[in-house]
Design a protein around this ligand. Sequence first.
Ligand code: SF4
Length: 175
Amino acid sequence: MSKSDKSKSNSGKTKKKADRKKDGKEMSSQPSVTEDSDQKTTWYSDGLRFECTQCGDCCSGEPGYVWVEEAEIAAMATELDMPIDAFERKFIRNLGFDKSLIEYSDGDCILLDPKTRKCTVYGARPIQCRTWPFWDSNLNERKDWKATCEVCPGAGKGKLYTFDQIEAARKQKSV
Ligand code: SF4
């Protein structure tokens, strides 16, 4: 799952990097969580709750991007027992120097099983999907997390993640 700018749409996709800059969602608007956050002053210092309901909404919805690196592509290809080049031809789109998973015209991720609504590479899903909803863009301010809870039925409920666990996820990739 998880394309971005998911906190504002209904998915875990990201907007194109250029669009994010234009919207002010990269660089200057995210400093409070892109640097080493101080637990004492961070609004989520007591942790946040999240438990995925497996609804699949974050793998669909408005158009967006699941950015992937070579190692992530290789892991997904292995998961599907496919050669990397065949996997890339079938599932990856090139956007300048960046690569993203292809999605269908209705916004579904190409790796989302249309019948079961489950991820077909779940065990090797990309970092962007793996770290949802603990993304910079969702954690920047309390209102961003509130917006995330409105689009993801698992956010704000269930298992309590500590500040350190949230930070460990957030720092894996800037989304
Ligand atoms: S509960 Fe949230 S994280 Fe889980 S599948 Fe639904 S939208 Fe995605």
